[in-house]
Design a protein around this ligand. Structure first.
Ligand SMILES: Nc1ncnc2c1ncn2[C@@H]1O[C@H](COP(=O)(O)OP(=O)(O)O)[C@@H](O)[C@H]1O
Ligand SMILES: [Mg+2]
Length: 268
């Protein structure tokens, strides 16, 4: 299979109109998350297919909407121009309607920007965000790099109210592109932000990101807002607008609430 990088529009065409052939279930996936080959006009790629039918009810999220949240996360990322979510569409598939997302191949020597490190060896330029001990009682820190790509992802997570940004949900594509995946538990109306990316908490959001938030706010009042209402409730879209506005006004990365476990488990 050739794996040259696809232009975004070509990827969306392929995902929307391609013929899907299931490969198997992803072992560490919690809901029915399948990998498929998808082919259009002789072009074949892989995709992740999450049929609505396979969604397991979650106590704190309405049923049957995880796929819509995946697509919404892509649409918001696309609107920022940051390209942080792989192209994702809602379409019919072998197991009925679901989210279909372009598969991202990580090179063997892919960098990593998030992980556990010995507590006294946090690399220079990294933030320690939580403490942990292994079975022998040795101290480790959950840490991540002070990297502008991750910082943009942290802003995106605050915008979409992502309840599950763990290390394994950040993918490292060739040429320094990073992607966030698994946005099925985002866009709740209550604050659910749960992430490993707390390194910038309380710090100023970079000016470039603030400009992006301003433009995103305007877009949410227009076409983007209307499009998202096909996938989310009116109230969820309204709260999304409020989060974008609040972030822009405060100009700072959010702080974890005191009453909510703010780091997902497992975190990597
Ligand atoms: N677009 C993608 N490209 C490459 N790998 C992916 C992609 N989406 C998910 N994965 C891999 O599959 C795993 C399971 O997918 P995920 O979206 O987390 O499913 P679930 O919602 O069931 O947890 C992820 O942790 C990641 O390793
Ligand atoms: Mg997952």
């Amino acid at each position: 299979m050739t794996v040259s990088v696809l232009a975004e529009d070509d990827a969306l065409q392929l995902l929307t109109r391609g013929a899907m052939e299931l490969e198997g279930r992803l072992v560490d996936a919690s809901n029915t998350t399948l990998r498929a080959e998808i082919t259009l006009d002789g072009l074949t790629r892989r995709c992740v297919y999450k049929p609505v039918r396979g969604e397991r009810p979650l106590w704190d999220f309405p049923d049957g909407t995880l796929a819509g949240r995946e697509v919404s996360a892509y649409l918001v990322s696309q609107a920022t121009g940051w390209g942080l979510v792989p192209p994702t569409v809602l379409r019919d598939g072998p197991l009925g309607p679901g989210a279909c997302q372009l598969w991202i191949d990580e090179p063997d020597d892919a960098e990593t920007l998030i992980g556990f490190v010995p507590a006294y060896e946090v690399p220079p330029g990294w933030f320690a965000v939580a403490n942990a001990r292994d079975e022998d009682g040795d101290a480790y820190a959950l840490a991540h790099a002070d990297d502008p790509r991750l910082a943009r992802l942290a802003v995106l997570d605050a915008v979409i109210n992502n309840a599950d940004r763990k290390g394994g949900h950040v993918l490292y594509a060739p040429e320094g592109t990073i992607y966030g995946v698994d946005h099925g538990v985002s866009f709740h109306v209550e604050n659910k932000l749960r992430t490993v990316l707390w390194g910038w908490t309380g710090k100023p959001i970079p000016a470039e990101s603030l400009e992006t938030l301003t433009a995103l706010g305007a877009n949410l009042d227009g076409t983007l807002g209307a499009t998202l209402e096909q996938h989310l409730t009116v109230s969820e879209v309204q709260h999304l607008r409020l989060r974008v506005r609040r972030l822009g006004r405060s100009g700072r990365f959010p702080k974890p609430p005191p009453d909510w476990p703010a780091v997902p488990w497992p975190p990597v």
